[in-house]
Design a protein around this ligand. Structure first.
Ligand code: AMP
Ligand code: ZN
Length: 503
């Protein structure tokens, strides 16, 4: 499977070539992909917009695995002083949460980390391999800041913080292109950003000092100033610690393209003298509501509780996310969520119909499988073609709407499908559900047990056996049973005649 993904850094859809297969890569030997994604700050109930970002991170990881790669996936937990505005302005989100709820900033972080992880489970999003907290990785952040200070990339503002001087950063802002140089020039002309006493509008804090007359809950002692942990630095420090000084894919929400990610790049590239620090940058676009911005003041920053209160499940929302490509805006309306719920239920019903009645097969595989491995199990030409189409949709920058269209199409024309292809079709869907969809496709089938039609040769043998028994020809009846067993079936007598199961 040749995976193509849109790389924000180059603004092009590129063939994915992992570092380990890249001739320019000089790092340690490895046989897996390094993947990092930025998590929201844990200071309030995550919105369905936040979950679109988490869903996308999981989706990318799953598609990589289906493509045959092993993946080490890290998602950081921002449990420290991220200000309400990304541009180092406004209140500290954790302090804000603390005032709102009358509990400590530490308890706010603990509470919403749990809420977030519970929400991930409702959406069938697996935990990531490492989910480090910023507060558990303070020494690594201090070391990084020290290193940047030693290299003269920083300056101090009294009573404010230590800042990165972005004019000294060779490729600063590259991620923002096209026209990033012009955009930076506009910023430098002071058009859009308050300068305070920063040297350049794009300069950003590496650590903030506690205000003189204010006790910050998460502040730390240091020889010079009391300070509190900061935002951008955590991602550079933790990605290095849990991955390496260079890695394959970095994901985040599209809002990070202009501030947070350029700042992460600046810190890491100046620290390690690597360029590019990350090979592929992937960003999910925002979820909008009723065609506009989702915001608390408009009362439309919905969370999972709002969704559930209206009778929808996490899996309805999960299906809804699949209906738009991750890199496009997605519009949320209650009608569209209703449509997603109906579409999910229809899919489950079609799946149920596919395997209605007759004999049972047990699918006992519950492990990850790449496409190249599982397609070898498929004998049916029809199913091969369907699978190839589905994989082509995924390989095309993870085109999930196209994937859903192919799935529905293949189930709509079942009357044209030969009976022998049915089992393979089921196997293919089963793999896809386990490895990627996870929308509860087999909910009503239960316990991995599904039914497929008994071939007519077997039912003929069973009918002959019934007749032989009626004729008291037990030798023939035994012989017929053996023939049925040789075809990997069991025949059991019951009040209606017989039942055939898989042996
Ligand atoms: P917040 O905690 O609200 O700052 O959001 C954390 C991150 O979640 C943002 O930086 C985005 O990357 C992502 N995010 C927030 N809102 C949305 C949205 N409406 N759609 C998609 N992603 C979002
Ligand atoms: Zn980050």
């Amino acid at each position: 499977m040749q995976l193509h993904i849109y790389n924000t850094l180059t603004r092009a859809k590129e063939l994915f070539v992992p570092l380990m297969e890249d001739p320019n890569y000089k790092g340690p030997k490895k046989d897996f992909i390094w993947f990092y994604s930025c998590w929201p700050t844990v200071y309030r109930d995550p919105t369905i917009g936040n979950y679109r970002a988490t869903f996308t991170a999981d989706l990318i990881r799953n598609v990589l695995k289906i493509s045959g790669y092993k993946v080490k996936a890290v998602m950081n937990i921002t449990d420290v002083g991220h200000l309400v505005s990304d541009a180092d302005e406004g209140e500290d989100k954790l302090e804000k949460g603390s005032r709102r709820e009358g509990i400590s900033a530490w308890d706010v972080a603990k509470k919403y980390e749990k809420t977030f992880k519970d929400g991930m489970s409702s959406l069938h999003i697996d935990q990531f391999d490492v989910m480090p907290r910023a507060t558990d990785n303070i020494p690594e952040q201090i070391e990084l800041i020290k290193n940047l200070e030693e290299k003269w990339y920083t300056y101090s503002l009294a009573w404010d913080g230590i800042y990165m001087d972005t004019s000294k950063v060779e490729h600063y802002g590259e991620l923002m292109w096209p026209n990033y140089k012009k955009r930076l020039a506009d910023l430098n002309a002071g058009e859009r950003v308050e300068m305070w006493s920063k040297k350049n509008p794009t300069d950003f804090a590496l650590r903030k000092f506690s205000p003189e007359n204010e006790q910050r809950q998460m502040e730390r002692e240091s020889p010079r100033w009391k300070w509190f942990p900061w935002w951008h630095i955590e991602c550079s420090a933790m990605s290095t610690k849990y991955l390496w000084t260079q890695f394959d894919i970095h994901h985040g929400g599209a809002d990070h393209i202009t501030i947070h990610h350029p700042n992460e790049i600046a810190q890491s590239e100046c620290w390690f003298h690597v360029h590019p620090w990350v090979k592929y940058w992937m960003h999910n676009e925002f979820l909008q509501v009723d065609g506009g911005k989702m915001s608390k003041s408009l009362g439309n920053a919905y969370n999972l509780k709002d969704i559930e209160a209206k009778g929808f499940s996490g899996l309805d929302l999960r299906y809804f996310y699949f209906t738009a490509q991750y890199s496009s805006f997605q519009n949320f309306t209650w009608e569209q969520l209703e449509a997603a719920k109906n579409a999910r239920n229809n899919l489950i019903k079609k799946m149920q119909k596919l395997f209605d009645a007759h004999t049972k097969i047990i699918l006992d595989f519950d492990f990850w499988m790449s496409y190249d491995v599982f397609k070898d199990e498929i004998e049916s030409k029809y199913v091969w073609d369907v699978l190839e189409d589905m994989i082509a949709a995924l390989a095309d920058d993870i085109n999930t709407p196209q994937l859903l269209a192919i799935i529905n199409q293949s189930l709509n024309s079942l009357d044209k499908v030969e009976e022998v292809d049915m089992k393979d079709l089921f196997v293919a869907f089963h793999r896809l559900e386990k490895n990627l969809l996870k929308v509860g496709l087999f909910d009503r089938i239960g316990q991995e047990t599904v039914t497929i039609k008994v071939p007519s040769e077997i039912t003929n043998l069973a009918d002959q056996r019934v007749q032989a028994k009626k004729n008291k020809n037990y030798g023939l009846a035994d012989d017929l049973r053996k023939q049925i067993n040789d075809a990997w079936r069991e025949v059991k007598d019951n009040k209606d005649g017989y039942e055939i199961t898989k042996s």
